[in-house]
Design a protein around this ligand. Structure first.
Ligand SMILES: [Zn+2]
Length: 336
C-alpha cells in the first residue's frame, strides 16, 4: 500500500517538483512498480512522491537483508575492503589510534596512512569518527541504530567502549546477539524504551536516515538518547553529489523505494539545530564514487569501466577543489 507525501519530510515545505519520474527499482529489483522522486524547493532534499506505508515497506527489503551474502551487501553501503593489504593498512591506523590489536603493518602502516590524507579520511570514516577517550576516562557508551552486520559494534567493543544496537532485521539481530552484543530488534523508539533518556555518548545512524518515514522524529529521539555533550554521527547519500548530476535517475543511491527521503545538508543541520544539536564537523569520506559510479554507469547503459574512470576523475577534482562529496558524513554535538 502506498501513501502520497504532500510536504517535504524534512522541512515540511509544500513547494517541490518531480525531479525524476517513472524510476524503476534498478538496485534490488524487488518490485516492478515505478517511482517519482520529488525535490524540495526550500531545502533541496529528495523524497518519494508516493511511498510504501510502514506496514508494507518490508517486502521491498526481502532481497536487501542478505548479510551473509558479500556481493549483495556490498551494493548497500560501506566500502568493503577486499585486499589484505588495504585491511592491514586500515588496522595499523585503528591500532595506533584506538588501541585495537588487529593484524597490521605496524609503524610502517601508521606512517603510510598518516602521510596519505585520502587513506586516513577513508579509515576515519570507517571508524565513524569515534572520539578517543583520554586515559583513565570512562569508556564511551555507543549506540548504533540500524546496526546491520554489526561490524561497527564489534569494533566498538574491541576498543573497550560499551556497544549497544537496534536493528529491524531479525536475522541480523540474532547474529549479533549470538556474538554476545547488547542488541535488540527494533527502531530508535525501541532504543529509547530499552535504555532511556541520556544513555549514550555517541549515536550513529549509518545509511539509516534515508530509509525512515519520519526523519525529523528520529533526530529528535536521538537527541533525547544522548547525554549532554554527546555526539550524533550521520552518514547518508548527498542529494547535491556529482553522481546524481552525472547519472540522474540511474544514480545508485536514489534506490527507490527503500530511500524514502534523502535529506540535504541544510535540512539536516536545521532540524538538528531545532532539537538542540549543532554540526560539529562535516567530514569528507573519500573513494565513495568508486563504489557508486560503476553500478550507476551500468544501470544507465554505460560500461562499468566508464564508471571507474568517472570515479577517478571525481576523486581528483574533489581533492583539489573540495567539491560536493558523494555521501554526507556529519558529526553533530549536543549542548553540554
Ligand atoms: Zn524541504
Amino acid at each position: 500500500m502506498l501513501e502520497a507525501v504532500q510536504n517535504c519530510p524534512m522541512c515540511a515545505s509544500d513547494r517541490h517538483y518531480p525531479r525524476f519520474k517513472d524510476v524503476p527499482d534498478f538496485v534490488f529489483h524487488a518490485t516492478d512498480e515505478r517511482w517519482t522522486v520529488e525535490q524540495c524547493e526550500a531545502c533541496e532534499s529528495l523524497f518519494l512522491a508516493e511511498r510504501p506505508v510502514p506496514a508494507s515497506i518490508g517486502r521491498y527489503y526481502e532481497r536487501y537483508y542478505t548479510h551473509a551474502d558479500q556481493d549483495a551487501s556490498a551494493a548497500i553501503s560501506g566500502i568493503s575492503v577486499q585486499s589484505g593489504l588495504a585491511k592491514k593498512l586500515a588496522n595499523s591506523w585503528r591500532n595506533h589510534k584506538y588501541g585495537s590489536r588487529r593484524p597490521s603493518l605496524g609503524a610502517l602502516g601508521v606512517a603510510i596512512v598518516g602521510a596519505t590524507p585520502p587513506l586516513r579520511g577513508w579509515i576515519e570514516a570507517e571508524c565513524r569518527h569515534l572520539p578517543v577517550q583520554p586515559a583513565g576516562a570512562a569508556p564511551l557508551r555507543v549506540l548504533d541504530v540500524g546496526h546491520g552486520d554489526a561490524r561497527f559494534l564489534r569494533f566498538v567493543r574491541e576498543i573497550g567502549y560499551q556497544a549497544a544496537g537496534v536493528e529491524i532485521d531479525p536475522k541480523a539481530v540474532a547474529q549479533a546477539k549470538s556474538d554476545g552484543l547488547d542488541v535488540h530488534q527494533g527502531d530508535i523508539d525501541s532504543a529509547l524504551q530499552i535504555w532511556g533518556e541520556a544513555s549514550f555518548d555517541f549515536i550513529t545512524l549509518s545509511h539509516v536516515i534515508e530509509h525512515v518515514h519520519e526523519p525529523r522524529h528520529v533526530i529528535a529521539v536521538a537527541n533525547r538518547l544522548l547525554r549532554p555533550s554527546g555526539r550524533l554521527w550521520i552518514e547518508c547519500p548527498n542529494p547535491a553529489s556529482n553522481g546524481i548530476k552525472r547519472y540522474g535517475m540511474h544514480w545508485r543511491d536514489l534506490d527507490p523505494p527503500r530511500h524514502i527521503c534523502i535529506p540535504s545538508f541544510k535540512a539536516l543541520r536545521d532540524i538538528a539545530a531545532e532539537t538542540g544539536i549543532v554540526v560539529e564537523k562535516r567530514h569528507s569520506r573519500p573513494f565513495v564514487p568508486f563504489e557508486v559510479y560503476p553500478f550507476s554507469a551500468r544501470a544507465s547503459g554505460q560500461s562499468g569501466k566508464s564508471g571507474y574512470l568517472a570515479a577517478a576523475r571525481a576523486e581528483i577534482t574533489n581533492s583539489l577543489a573540495n567539491g560536493p562529496r558523494e555521501w554526507q558524513t556529519i558529526t553533530f554535538r549536543k549542548a553540554s
